[in-house]
Write a protein that binds this ligand. Structure first.
Ligand code: ADP
Ligand code: F6P
Length: 323
């Protein structure tokens, strides 16, 4: 292996830069030429390559986002788009590609590997919905950002004896909401994986006041059937009967832009370096992830065929601890 390329794809995640740095410097250590591809699969199709030396990835380990840029690229979902991508890789004599990204990005990585091109994935998405890793790069930092907001909302909620609702990201996965709810001490948690009746949420909040709590907090995942907009509408419509208002905060992209914390920097450094070690052994078509504290390679075929389970026992833990 002499010439490899790396790209970041999908939603950016804190720690992507640390992963790029690890890929580049471990690759250079092996004596390889490493190229960065700008703006994910869109840059791959367009041939937007840049040579990366050790100094080019200096000073980025502590920065959020991705120095290479990221993109959603619908064209890569088509066979024509992937054939163009393959052509640019062959034209530049690239022998392997490292894809740093989430669920959709790894489906793309698998599709490329099915075209006989050596690809290796690095698990990175704040959604934590990727099979083959217990935690992806960016999740820990995104959770910290959500928690900081939740803690602040609780302060003002307590001063005014109010009910607050916070919507967190996660696409169709409730992981961020569940963890932010447990760690933030929420009175109710709403996730896509569990059907929730708004009346039951209202009852939870009333019960919290009756127990003498100065505030009531709901954490909702953006992908839930009743997300922030849906619940706000419902509570507004039934305001008279329910007897209280719900103040709504949607955190949105603020969760993605944080500077990576220690956990994400370490995870990204380990996964990026492990991707290169695997390529050096001639292994590819796998996703590098963290399972039981160890860096593990899971075949991309398995990653794309499976849904990552969510530990719903934490909902019960949250209920008990909110007493
Ligand atoms: P993430 O990787 O964060 O989950 P997306 O789901 O938007 O983000 O996927 C990122 C990119 O991966 C997409 O814009 C597309 O280029 C590629 N991708 C997603 N799904 C597929 C697919 N089914 N086949 C090929 N490429 C895909
Ligand atoms: O996949 C990461 C994520 O932040 C999801 O949580 C969210 O649904 C989505 O990306 C938002 O995408 P965009 O940045 O394209 O609006």
């Amino acid at each position: 292996m002499r010439r490899i390329a790396v790209l970041t794809s999908g939603g950016d995640a804190p720690g992507m830069n640390a992963a790029i740095r690890a890929v580049v410097r471990t690759g250079i250590e092996k004596g390889w030429d490493v190229f960065g591809i700008r703006h994910g699969y869109a840059g791959l199709i367009a041939g937007n390559f840049v040579s990366l030396g050790a100094r080019d990835v200096g000073g980025i380990i502590q920065q959020g986002g991705t120095m290479l840029g990221s993109a959603r690229c619908p064209e890569f979902k088509t066979e024509g788009g992937r054939l163009k991508a393959l052509r640019t890789l062959h034209q530049r004599d690239i022998e392997a590609l490292v894809v740093i990204g989430g669920n959709g990005s790894q489906i793309g990585a698998y599709a490329l590997s099915q075209m006989d091109f050596p690809v290796i994935g690095v698990a990175s998405t704040i959604d934590n919905d990727l099979y083959g890793t217990e935690i992806s790069i960016g999740v820990d930092t995104a959770l910290d950002v959500a928690l900081e907001a939740i803690d602040r909302l609780k302060v003002t909620a307590s001063s005014h004896q109010r009910a607050f609702l916070v919507e967190v990201m996660g696409r169709n996965c409730g992981y961020l909401a569940l963890m932010a709810g447990v760690a933030g001490g929420a009175e109710a948690i709403i996730i896509p994986e569990v059907e929730t009746d708004p009346e039951a949420v209202a009852a939870e909040l009333c019960a919290a006041y009756e127990r003498g709590k100065p505030h009531a907090l709901v954490v909702v995942a953006e992908g839930a059937r009743y997300n922030a907009a849906g619940l706000a509408r419902y509570f507004q419509k039934h305001r008279e009967r329910l007897g209280f208002e719900l103040r709504v905060t949607t955190l949105g992209h603020v969760q993605r832009g944080g500077a990576p914390g220690a956990f994400d920097r370490l995870l990204a450094s380990r996964l990026g370096a492990a991707a290169i070690e695997h390529l050096a052994r001639g292994e590819h078509g796998v996703l590098m992830g963290l399972l039981k504290g160890e860096i593990v390679a899971t075949p991309l075929a398995e990653v794309v065929a499976n849904q990552k389970p969510l530990d719903l026992r934490l909902l019960e833990l949250a209920r008990v601890l909110a007493k």
